[in-house]
Design a protein around this ligand. Structure first.
Ligand code: C2E
Ligand code: CA
Ligand code: CA
Ligand code: CA
Length: 278
């Protein structure tokens, strides 16, 4: 039994080591990646299901590592967050997104761009001045910028969060609550935050039309958003049934593989062609 215990321990520590090594590897590589421009932003359209028109895009970060290939955000965002590198990386995403928005305007397209903000970025006192400079430098209209925050980012220090939100709103930016319904925020809190958009989390959408509970929750979130005069976007919409269910319940802006995965900017012509054929 002793020998077995030792083996188990040995095994466990090896696994721990492997995880720690991977973390360390990613942390080191992240610093290099920032310098060597290994990141790209992909854009996923948010489509009005009534007319197949693109309303906006969500900016989603991609890391193409020279030897590891594509490293998904779930693997590196938490490490970037823990090390503070997310602030620099996040600024780069904001910059790219502003420039993308301006290139769209040059083609006569006034789409919104939604950008994910990490907790660290949101708390950073430099966020508002940095954004303000970026808006001026790029010439983007601030009302086209939507920042996606999660409920947990607002729940820690509520007063500070409200102040920060008001300052962001004063720039003209809109605020989205990402992954709505998965956090712990109560409705009474929601009313206190100056937010504009709720994004219904994919976990509620993915089992429509099989899970009647999820359908009721989704319909309730949409109804509540309407009462609070918030826009609502559904994420992770993969099938026509899901799109139609949402439409029947008055949620018209949808994002998901049904219309398009996140794509590089050079794929936009293909997206327009595909939407035209629907
Ligand atoms: P998120 O903000 O909830 O983004 C939605 C995720 O769902 C994206 O994963 C997207 O590719 C994926 N998705 C979209 N439509 C569908 C669908 O129909 N079905 C399925 N199964 N998935 C769909 P991705 O790109 O891997 O990003 C994962 C997470 O990483 C994001 O979740 C976000 O929290 C974070 N992230 C990505 N880019 C950034 C960034 O620039 N900054 C920060 N702070 N976080 C980011
Ligand atoms: Ca998001
Ligand atoms: Ca989301
Ligand atoms: Ca999500």
């Amino acid at each position: 039994a002793k020998a077995k215990g030792r083996n188990t321990y040995h095994f466990y520590s090896q696994e721990l080591n492997a995880a720690a090594n991977e973390r360390l590897f990613i942390e080191n590589e992240l610093r290099i990646a920032l310098k060597e421009k290994q990141f790209v932003v992909h854009y996923q359209p948010q489509v009005d299901s009534r007319n197949q028109k693109v309303i906006g895009y969500e900016a989603l970060l991609r890391w193409f590592h020279p030897t590891e290939g594509l490293i998904p955000p779930d693997k590196f965002i938490p490490i970037a967050e823990a090390t503070g590198l997310i602030v620099e990386l996040g600024e780069w995403v904001l910059q790219e997104s502003c420039d993308f928005a301006v290139r769209l305007s040059e083609q006569g397209l006034e789409n919104n761009i939604s950008i994910n903000l990490s907790a660290r970025q949101f708390k950073d006192s430099n966020l508002v001045p940095t954004l303000s400079k970026m808006i001026i430098r790029s010439g983007v209209s601030a009302k086209r910028l939507h920042l996606e925050l999660t409920e947990s980012m607002l729940m820690g220090n509520v007063e500070a969060a409200i102040t920060q939100l008001h300052e962001l709103k004063a720039l003209g930016i809109s605020i989205s609550i990402d992954d709505f319904g998965t956090g712990y925020s109560s409705l009474s809190y929601l009313k206190r935050f100056p937010v504009d958009i709720l994004k219904i989390d994919r976990s509620f959408v993915k089992d429509i039309p099989d899970d009647t509970n999820d359908m009721e929750i989704t319909a309730a979130i949409i109804a509540m958003a309407q009462k609070l005069k918030l826009d609502v976007v559904a994420e992770g919409v993969e099938t026509i049934e899901q799109m139609q269910f949402l439409q029947n319940n008055n949620c018209f802006i949808v994002q998901g593989y049904y219309y398009s995965p996140p794509i590089p900017e050079y794929d936009l012509p293909n997206l327009y062609e595909k939407l035209n054929e629907l």
